[in-house]
Design a binder for this molecule. Structure first.
Ligand code: FCB
Length: 440
């Protein structure tokens, strides 16, 4: 590593992130069915139809996994709580085994001196709620606030930080417009509703947790830098629209009490009734904002239906996801977020990392210099933004373990630690050992 803890201001936090469905093993411990289980069971949605039944078996191996977090020297662990593990029906009677699991997990973090950073929802919607329309149903903000009370009523007293929803863009747009994730819809009306309800659910959960006396509450949004594919004004407009529904919609709702005008040209006719009245809830005050950042896109206009554009392949080196490596985007987003939306509020990079074709060598090691290079380039941009006065206070690497990469199954390895999905053996990769040196 060419960076070390000392390159960042005192108190800057380093962490690593995971999510429940991607690692726990959802067939264990009385968890209810989720829309990811049924999405994965439907042909054509997921590579080899793989699901999260076993995943990394973290449900049984969490102590070993937290030893790995500690062993690398991380200050924080960003994990998520499965709605369906806690409330198998989505509402009503909690599953005691689920609550006990998150209780044990929390204490195991504290025993190791690791700060627990919780995300309430990282995509595993309970199937009974999906049956009622899921994110399209106007009652979901209240169901979600109830879930927030149940899970945080059990572990909230020991959390370092809490965010309600991981990546609202993925919950709403990727899953209801592009159809790439559960529930796999491709419908503009469904999307407009999900976009708004996910914002409102964020706000109702924040309010519920404030009422419980909980602190250090934030939001985690994902951002993709959008560049025009050429120099024409049409391409510029296309990129601005992509930026609008991907990046600005969520921050706009939370910090300006409005949605971008270019996005509303497409969504307005499809919005749920009374949406304009929800901004006081949506913009409930926050203590911090987290940015998940991986890549950028080149956008070209076309004559198709709204949003009248498509992505074109870019020239930059790519990761195993085929995502262009563009560290400057992280710097630009940190600057822009502070300047235009969040001001003095602390920012965190809550996810950043890369998939790589990592394989176990004959000597049992895994070498991933590409991942180290990716991380270093992005950390340099975090440092640059910080040196220029952006209040960026921490960085979380995605991910601790190779895990279930959603519709791409187990093929895309993002971990600092290699997982053999047959034997469940964990093998720290070479970049893990570099983190140990950097954080010492
Ligand atoms: C993010 C998700 C995370 C993982 C990474 C690669 O969008 O939050 O679960 O899939 O991408």
């Amino acid at each position: 590593m060419t960076f070390s803890r000392q390159d960042f201001p005192e108190g800057f936090l380093f962490g690593t992130a995971t999510s429940s469905y991607q690692i726990e093993g959802h067939a264990f411990g009385g968890a209810g069915s989720t829309h990811w289980d049924t999405f994965a069971a439907t042909p054509g949605n997921v590579v080899r139809s793989e699901n999260g039944d076993r995943a990394c078996d973290h449900y049984h191996r969490y102590e070993e996994d937290l030893d790995l977090v500690k062993g690398a020297g991380f200050d924080c662990y960003r994990f998520s709580t499965s709605w369906a593990r806690v409330l198998p029906e989505g509402r009503g009677t909690p599953n005691p085994e689920g609550l006990d699991f998150y209780d044990r997990l929390t204490d195991a973090m504290l025993e190791r001196g690791i700060k627990p950073c919780a995300t309430l929802y990282h995509w595993e919607l309970p199937s009974p709620l999906a049956d009622l329309g899921g994110w399209r149903n106007p009652d979901i903000p209240y169901w979600f606030a109830d879930f927030a009370e149940v899970i945080m009523g059990r572990i909230g007293d020991r959390m370092h930080s809490i965010a309600p929803i991981n990546e609202p863009w993925c919950v709403a747009f990727l899953s209801h417009f592009l159809g790439h994730q559960a529930p796999g819809l491709k419908d503009i009306r469904a999307t407009a509703r999900a976009m708004h309800h996910v914002m409102k659910a964020h706000g109702t959960a924040i309010q519920a947790m404030r009422a419980m006396g909980l602190n250090n509450l934030g939001a985690v949004v994902n951002m993709e830098w959008a560049d025009p594919a050429d120099d024409t004004p049409e391409a510029a407009e296309a990129a601005a629209l992509y930026d609008g529904y991907y990046n600005r919609f969520f921050l706009g709702g939370m910090f300006k009490k409005e949605y971008p005008a270019n996005v509303m040209k497409g969504f307005e006719p499809h919005m749920p009734e009374g949406w304009q009245d929800d901004f006081d809830v949506i913009a409930s005050p926050l203590d911090w904002v987290g940015v998940n950042y991986y890549t950028r896109k080149l956008i070209a206009p076309d004559d198709g239906p709204w949003p009248h554009h498509h992505e074109v392949e870019g020239p930059l080196p790519k990761t195993f996801m085929d995502w262009e490596i563009y560290p400057e985007g992280l710097y630009k987003f940190l600057k822009r977020t502070a300047e235009e939306y969040t001001g003095d509020l602390p920012l965190f990079v809550t996810e950043n990392g890369m998939a790589n074709a990592d394989v176990i060598q004959p000597d049992g090691t895994v070498n991933d210099p590409e991942r180290l290079d990716y991380v270093q380039k992005h950390l340099a941009m975090v440092k640059k933004a910080g040196d220029e006065g952006v209040p960026v206070n921490g960085y979380f690497l995605w991910s601790l373990l190779d895990n279930y990469e959603w519709s791409l199954g187990y093929e895309k390895r993002f971990g600092l630690v290699h997982v053999d999905f047959e034997t469940m053996k964990r093998t720290p990769k070479s970049s893990y050992h570099e983190w140990q040196k950097a954080l010492r």
